[in-house]
Write a new protein. Sequence first.
Length: 338
Amino acid sequence: MGRFFNKLIFWVNLIAAFLLLISFVLPYLPPKTFPTISLLSLFVPLIILLNIIFALYWAIQLRARFFLSFTVLFVSYFYFNVFYEVSKGGDASQYKNTLSVLSYNVRLFNAYEKNPETDAVQMMSEILAEQDPDVICIQEFYRFNKVDFSAYPYQYLHFRRPRAELGHAFLSKYPIINTGAFDFEGSHNNTLFADLIKGNDTIRVYNLHLQSIDVNPRIRFLKETDNEKLRKRISSAFTKQQNQIQAILKHQSNTKHPILVCGDFNNTPFSYSYHMLKNGMQDSFRERGNGLGTTFEFDKFPLRIDYILASKGLDFLTFETINKTFSDHRAIKATIGW
């Protein structure tokens, strides 16, 4: 019985190792062309966890099969280099200028949540007092929120329609000019941009909220939802993300200033979306982060879908994932120097 069980475990192990190998090519497969296989990018963290479990299982038994999962995990760590980091902060004294940026999907400050466990206004005020960022990029901004943002005199708030309550916000202690929004067709998601001026320098900042997959982050929801319907919904969302990213990258290509990209990408670091936006940019978590960098939990399973990226010439000095949150996301904060 034990031999049969180990044989069964090994076959499942082979499948998990094979799926992890397949995930190496996911960042290069456009969802428009490969709509179904692109869904695998959401499950790469789970596949990694499964391979860790299998490696430990065989190691305890002192079996050579340990090297199957260990090898693919070893390769994937250096290939992706995105799921666990250990680093320390940079030296701000080496830079003439610094700027701190906080990005946060605030879920409309819980305006439509039934019986929220925390007071969103109070907690947001506490976060701002503790972190004191120079710039704030907010996704899912609620027009009628009561948070005091008076410390940020330069503001760009954008709503698609005059009476819309859902929008996005760019708040700054430094002057901003040349603001705009993309207003993606057929989507409630959006992206803002603004040129921020500090001293004699101008930095283009993008505040992204890419297409949502509209899936309840509960395993029970997945079990009760028709698989084909769910597949089409997520595939459609990833295709829209690709279109949105193409528009953003085209806009970036005409920008002469250094670039900061902040926001909720609604996808993992193993995805085509992340790969395209990360191309030629630095990832604040990879440069200065520690731990898993979880910004969103899918039924307590950790995911990183919120990012702060910077173009060459802007160096990351610090990065922090803020665990205190009233939203389904966690805020992230980074400091850049130049």
